[in-house]
Design a protein around this ligand. Structure first.
Ligand SMILES: [Zn+2]
Length: 436
């Protein structure tokens, strides 16, 4: 069976991909300017003819999530407002963002745009080795959120057999996997860990479930967490990145080193954090800015995701010619200065997942005492451990934290079951300093 979902586009020479994406960018820019009220207004000063070179793309302003919200509030047609890019009669499915703060963004998908989105996701699944032999279990009720619907339809399209796993509790899901001999899954990393834990509590070794392949969605997947899931299930675990506004735009190939951008579906820029005007070099951190190049029902131009990733090298051994991004460092909003040092909560997750399997749940809280910032790691440890063992874990964690972040922290052991549990988007980082 072919290694590539689309062996033509996935192996096109770099210059050819750049040429196609530049052409598509101008097309969608022109389309947005003519069909979306948001862009009619926003792009008043920009003529498509003025975009003559790739460098000219930088003349086009960024789009921020906040603007999308603003253009929906009390703006016709209900509920999509000025972001809609097709007559409302063409909208065939409703989705919305799952942000935990503020009003969600309502996302209109026409049949055509939805199919475009699914096709992009087919690349992600195929690249991660999902094949028609897989019976894939999706352990969620998808509700109005997009990622698992994308996974569902794309898995069908590539020929997998899809088992929707909504309306069951975790135990019920473990039983369903066993009953149907499902051999693949997609889920948030947190929830895949929870399923493994539940199985163990039921006296079942997660390895015996027969899950061969899994895809992470909805949350960042640090390498340590990825390896932990692989170890628990004895499976291969892959990552992808996307959002409701942008679609899934990059996925992990068999090499399991970084994420390939799905080209030429997206124009992805990685810009320096200080000026947002320079494409970063390989190995450098950049803010991800995305233009989906084929979605007309909801055109988004140069969407600033606020996500920071390390730019990956060219020439992946898998033979794909697409650009790569390596580690996702975190969201610009989550990377904070604490006592003058840049701190990313992801470093702590990485540390806990790789070195502290006894820690069941955790939370990072940053507070300010007088003028001093303080980090507290609240942890819950395996309840079968003694107090001395728990204290020793706390001590090792504080030392490990100091080594990894160059910041001291307090570690507080909480009673079992006190910290919140998450199925979808985990929020384990709380900065309570105000005005940081
Ligand atoms: Zn590759």
């Amino acid at each position: 069976m072919n290694k590539y979902w689309n062996s033509y586009t996935e192996t096109l020479p770099r210059e050819e991909l750049d040429r196609i994406e530049f052409k598509y960018f101008k097309n969608i820019l022109s389309y947005a300017k003519n069909h979306s009220n948001l862009y009619k207004e926003k792009l008043k000063g920009i003529e498509v003819e003025d975009i003559k070179t790739v460098e000219d793309i930088k003349k086009v302003p960024f789009t921020y999530k906040e603007e999308l919200r603003k253009w929906q509030e009390d703006v016709d047609p209900f509920p999509y407002g000025g972001i809609l890019g097709v007559p409302i009669e063409e909208v065939s499915t409703f989705r919305q963002t799952s942000g935990t703060t503020g009003r969600p963004v309502y996302v209109p998908e026409s049949y055509e745009s939805w199919q475009w989105r699914i096709e992009s996701w087919c690349h992600i699944l195929w690249m991660a080795g999902f094949r028609p032999r897989h019976r894939i279990f999706l352990p969620f009720g998808y509700n109005v959120y997009v990622a698992f619907w994308e996974a569902h339809y794309a898995a069908e399209k590539i020929g997998c057999e899809v088992v929707p796993g909504g309306a069951l509790d975790t135990k019920g899901r473990v039983n369903k996997i066993i009953e149907l001999k499902a051999n693949a899954m997609a889920g948030t990393p947190t929830y895949l860990l929870n399923i493994a834990k539940e199985a163990m509590e039921m006296g079942i070794d997660p390895k015996s479930l027969g899950i061969e392949r899994a895809l992470g969605a909805g949350e960042p997947l640090p390498e340590a967490t990825r390896l932990r899931i692989e170890g628990l299930y004895g499976c291969k675990m892959f990552d992808h990145i996307g959002s409701t506004e942008t679609c899934g735009f990059a996925g992990m190939c068999e090499e399991q080193k970084g994420l390939h951008i799905v080209e030429p579906f997206f124009l992805v820029e990685m810009l320096d954090r200080e000026t947002l005007s320079r494409e970063v070099d390989v190995g450098e951190q950049g803010v991800i800015v995305i233009t989906p190049l084929g979605r007309k029902s909801f055109p988004v131009i140069r969407f600033n995701t606020n996500d920071v990733a390390v730019k990956g090298p060219d020439n992946c051994p898998c033979g794909r010619t697409s650009k790569k991004m390596m580690e996702i460092v975190g969201r610009v909003d989550d990377i904070r200065k604490i006592r003058g040092v840049l701190f990313s909560p992801k470093t702590v997750e990485q540390l806990i997942r790789s070195e502290f399997p006894e820690i069941v749940e955790y939370e990072i809280v940053v507070t300010r005492q007088d003028i001093m910032d303080e980090i507290t790691l609240r942890i819950e440890v395996d309840p079968s451990l003694s107090e001395e063992q728990a204290a020793s874990i706390a001590k090792r964690l504080a030392e490990g934290h100091k080594i990894k972040t160059n910041l001291t922290c307090k570690v507080k052991i909480e009673p079992a079951g006190t910290l919140p549990r998450y199925d979808l988007k985990a929020k384990r980082f709380k900065d309570l300093r105000g005005g940081h």
